[in-house]
Design a protein around this ligand. Structure first.
Ligand SMILES: *[C@@H]1O[C@H](CO)[C@@H](O)[C@H](O)[C@H]1NC(C)=O
Ligand SMILES: *[C@@H]1O[C@H](CO)[C@@H](O)[C@H](O)[C@H]1NC(C)=O
Length: 394
């Protein structure tokens, strides 16, 4: 049994050549092990020293699979036209003035653009109208044809017909708005809007999503008394908002919770919050009522595996936050963005999306067209709904 003899002699004689070989091998293995483990150890140390604190999210409210829309167009870009290519930097929201037949949209270059639509996409006329100096997001028409703007950096603005800018509100209850996001105006002139976060500004959106705490608020502004009132706080990235056609309630979207809820502004339920839709098939952004019984909810992305895991595990969100901060790059890819049309009861009716689309931020139906805005595309997307309507799956 040469093996047992060898090992026995190696204990007695440390200079045995076999033993030297073994210890060389052992130290090489150790070096290899350390060089593999050091980055892991470093990452663990960085993770623990980093003060970013991702919170657990209310998972029980996120656990059901989304209800699918029966009518679908999953490749909406194939039939779409691109309007005003190069004239926008992320036309985030779109509002239509039917009297003058123009649309207004806020662009990442700080301009609110006025757009004259035309049957022929190449005859779209885009004009730089007013520059807010911030980042105009949500838009709504006021009662005196003024444009009310939720500007991410400036707050709630009133832009008069001749282009004068007036700041209506930039904070409430001793907390400044950090990310004024969307706005709608009721028939009585009351202005309802959201501040997505009072902690993180627009360029820190990802940190807000990753932290997973509800820093959003739903707020009203009374144009007569000039009073700003917080209607709801502790919302999960309060985003799109739309007054219901009967003026009884608001529907507002909470992006990170993938849901939309109702807030009653009239009647015996005034002040109450109710479910409108839970478990959306993606992360909701702006919402618009089309005057024909449907809300159109923009979905920045479908529910990806990354976001599913991120919602469940704060560790995933904290790790992603650190990596994005250190590398300046997104760890997750959004895909299958689009628009979901739902009925008055929050039941999905039709979904328009495309694998190539992400960060779609608004969908608005004007006549027989669907117009989509986004966070960064340099154009408005238009789809002829007569020719490219969502179809039942066979
Ligand atoms: C569309 O553009 C053409 C060419 O510029 C113009 O003649 C026509 O009046 C426009 N149509 C509308 C509805 O603005
Ligand atoms: C916005 O400004 C215009 C022009 O001053 C004014 O007529 C309008 O009432 C203002 N709207 C609000 C909501 O303050």
């Amino acid at each position: 049994m040469p093996d047992s003899k060898d090992s026995a002699s190696s204990v007695k004689a440390p200079t045995d050549p076999y033993s030297t070989l073994n210890s060389e091998r052992r130290s090489r293995a150790l070096v290899l092990f350390l060089s593999l483990m050091l980055p892991v150890i470093a990452a663990i140390v960085v993770y623990h020293l980093d003060s970013f604190d991702a919170a657990p999210m209310p998972l029980h409210e996120l656990s059901q699979p989304p209800e699918p829309a029966l009518l679908r167009n999953d490749r909406m870009l194939l039939g779409a036209e691109l309007l005003g290519v190069g004239k926008f930097q992320g036309p985030e929201d779109i509002v239509y003035d039917s009297r003058s037949e123009v649309i207004y949209t806020g662009s990442g270059d700080g301009w609110i653009k006025r757009v004259w639509l035309n049957e022929s996409a190449s005859d779209t006329v885009v004009e730089n109208w007013v520059r807010t100096g911030g980042r105009p997001l949500g838009l709504a028409l006021g009662l005196n044809t003024e444009v009310i703007v939720a500007d991410a950096y400036k707050g709630l603005l009133n832009i008069s017909r001749d282009g004068a800018i007036e700041l209506l509100a930039d904070g409430a209850e001793d907390l400044k708005f950090k990310l004024t996001d969307d706005v709608d105006v009721a028939e009585d002139g009351m202005i309802y809007f959201t501040d997505a976060s009072h902690k993180y500004s627009l360029n820190e959106v990802r940190q807000d999503l990753f932290e997973g705490r509800p820093y959003g608020r739903l707020i009203s502004f009374d144009p007569v008394s000039k009073r700003t009132e917080v209607l709801l706080s502790d919302l999960y990235f309060a985003n799109g908002i739309a007054v219901s056609p009967d003026q009884d309630y608001l529907v507002f979207c909470e992006t990170t919770m993938r849901r939309c809820r109702k807030y009653y502004i009239k009647g015996i339920k005034k002040g109450n919050v109710e479910k409108f839709m839970d478990n959306l098939p993606g992360m909701p952004d702006n919402i618009r009522y089309d005057g024909e019984g449907h809300y159109w909810i923009a979905l920045g992305t479908e529910n990806t595996l990354f976001w599913d895991l991120a919602f469940k595990y704060p560790l995933v969100r904290k790790t992603a936050a650190i990596i994005e901060r250190l590398t300046g790059r997104r760890v997750s890819t959004e895909k299958n963005g689009g628009v979901l049309a739902v009925d008055m009861d929050g039941k999905p009716v039709a979904q328009y999306q495309d694998v190539e689309l992400n960060l779609v931020s608004t969908g608005i139906k004007i006549k027989n067209y669907l117009y989509c805005g986004s966070v960064f595309y340099p154009y408005i997307i238009r789809l002829n709904l007569d020719q490219h309507a969502a179809q039942a799956r066979s």
